[in-house]
Design a protein around this ligand. Structure first.
Ligand code: ATP
Ligand code: LTN
Length: 331
C-alpha cells in the first residue's frame, strides 16, 4: 500500500520560535519514515504583511536551513519553496472563486492579524486561507500536521474541497488536520494567555531557535508565573506555570504528573532553570547544524531546486485536472 501523504508549511516571517518547533517541526521529523512528506516554506503567505525584500529572501533560505537542521531529511522528505511552484498561486485564484466572503470573515487569524496590522488590512490577508487550501489540495494530502491555531484553516480547506468535488466530481482528497503532541499550543512567556509567536512585540515573550543559552535562561527566569510557588498544572488559574510544564513535558517526554512530583517542595526558580536547561540542550545540536548549513549555500540551492521540480510534477497534475474540469482551454 502506498504511504499516506503529508503536507505542511511555515511562513518565512523571521526567526522561528520554540512554539513553531514544538508545535510543528518536531512532529514533522517523526513522521518522515511512515509518510510521504512535503514540507514547504510558505514565502507567498508572508506577503500579507510588509517585508523588506532582502530580509524576506534571507528568511526563506534560513528557514530552509532550519528545516534541515531540525532533522527534516531532504533525502526522505520533499522540501520546497512555495513561490517556486507556480501552481500554488494558480490554484489559489481558482479556489478564491469557490470561497465565500462570509466564511473568510470568520477566521480567527484574520481577525487577530487585522487588529495587529490595522494600517494594512489587505485582501491577501483576507484570502490567506485560500492559498493555504491550494497548498494542501495540490498534493492530495491526507494529513496536515499543524499547531492548534491552524485547525480552522484546515476546516475551511475541507469545505472548499468538498464544495468543488460536489460540483465537478472527485478532484481533491479531503485532508485531515493532524494536531498532536502535548505542545500543540505553546504560549508566550510574558503573556501566557496568547500563543508564542514569531511576530510578538512583547520583549522576552518568545524563545527563538537561534537564541544563545544565556538569553534562553534569562527569558525563562523572567517568565510570568503566579505567587503560589507550587509547580502544578492548572491552565485556567496558573497559565504561566502550566505553559512551562507543557514545554518541559514536550522536550523530556515526562508526564505532567511526573513533573509535578519531580518539583514537589521546590520553588519556581529551580523549575525555571530546569526548563531552560532542557530547552538549551534540545536546541544546541540544531543551532550547530544550522550554522554549518548556512556556510554551504550551494547545498541549500541544490535542495530547493530539486524540491521545486518534484513538487511541480505533482502539483501541476492536480492543476491540469482542475483547469480541464472548470472549462479552461487546455493545450
Ligand atoms: P506569525 O507570528 O508570523 O504569525 P507564527 O509563529 O504563528 O507566525 P506560523 O508560520 O503561522 O507561525 O506557524 C507555523 C507552524 O507553527 C504552524 O503549524 C503553527 O500551528 C505552529 N505554531 C505557531 N505558533 C505555535 C505555538 N505557539 N505553539 C504551537 N504551535 C505553533
Ligand atoms: N498558515 C500556516 C502556514 C501554511 C501552511 C500551509 C500550513 C501555509 N500553507 C499548508 C500547513 C499547510 C501557518 O502555520 N500559519
Amino acid at each position: 500500500m502506498s504511504k499516506k501523504i503529508i503536507l505542511s508549511g511555515i511562513q518565512s516571517t523571521g526567526n522561528l520560535t520554540l512554539g513553531n518547533y514544538l508545535g510543528a517541526i518536531n512532529n514533522w521529523t517523526k513522521m518522515q519514515e511512515d509518510y510521504d512528506c512535503h514540507f514547504m516554506i510558505a514565502n507567498l503567505h508572508t506577503l500579507t504583511i510588509r517585508n523588506d525584500p532582502e530580509t524576506l529572501r534571507q528568511n526563506t533560505l534560513n528557514l530552509l536551513a532550519l528545516y534541515i537542521a531540525s532533522g527534516i531529511n531532504p533525502e526522505k522528505s520533499n522540501i520546497f519553496i512555495q513561490s517556486q511552484v507556480a501552481s500554488h498561486a494558480e490554484l489559489a485564484w481558482v479556489l478564491n472563486c469557490y470561497t465565500y466572503m462570509g466564511e473568510l470573515s470568520r477566521m480567527t487569524q484574520f481577525k487577530d492579524k487585522s487588529a495587529k496590522h490595522a494600517d494594512n488590512i489587505n485582501s491577501g490577508l483576507f484570502t490567506y486561507p485560500v492559498l493555504m487550501a491550494a497548498d494542501i489540495l495540490l498534493y492530495q494530502a491526507d494529513l496536515v500536521p499543524v499547531g492548534e491555531d491552524q485547525k480552522q484553516h484546515l476546516e475551511i480547506t475541507r469545505d472548499i474541497a468538498e464544495r468543488f468535488n460536489k460540483i465537478y466530481g472527485q478532484t481533491f482528497k479531503i485532508p485531515e488536520p493532524y494536531v498532536q503532541g502535548v505542545a500543540a499550543r505553546v504560549m508566550g512567556l510574558q503573556d501566557p494567555t496568547s500563543k508564542m509567536s514569531k511576530s510578538s512585540t512583547l520583549e522576552n515573550d518568545s524563545i527563538l531557535l537561534n537564541d544563545e543559552p544565556e538569553v534562553i535562561l534569562k527569558k525563562f527566569k523572567k517568565s510570568v508565573t503566579d505567587s503560589e510557588n507550587i509547580v502544578r498544572y492548572d491552565k485556567e488559574n496558573k497559565p504561566g506555570i502550566s505553559n512551562l510544564i507543557t514545554i518541559y513535558s514536550a522536550i523530556t517526554g515526562k508526564t505532567k504528573e511526573n513533573i509535578e512530583k519531580e518539583f514537589e517542595g521546590k520553588g519556581y526558580g529551580d523549575f525555571k532553570t530546569a526548563v531552560a536547561n532542557c530547552v538549551i540542550e534540545e536546541l544546541k545540536p540544531i543551532q550547530e547544524k544550522y550554522k554549518e548549513l548556512k556556510e554551504n549555500p550551494d547545498y541549500l540551492e541544490k535542495i530547493f531546486r530539486r524540491g521545486a521540480e518534484r513538487a511541480y510534477t505533482i502539483a501541476h497534475k492536480t492543476l491540469e485536472d482542475v483547469y480541464k474540469k472548470i472549462g479552461m482551454v487546455w493545450f
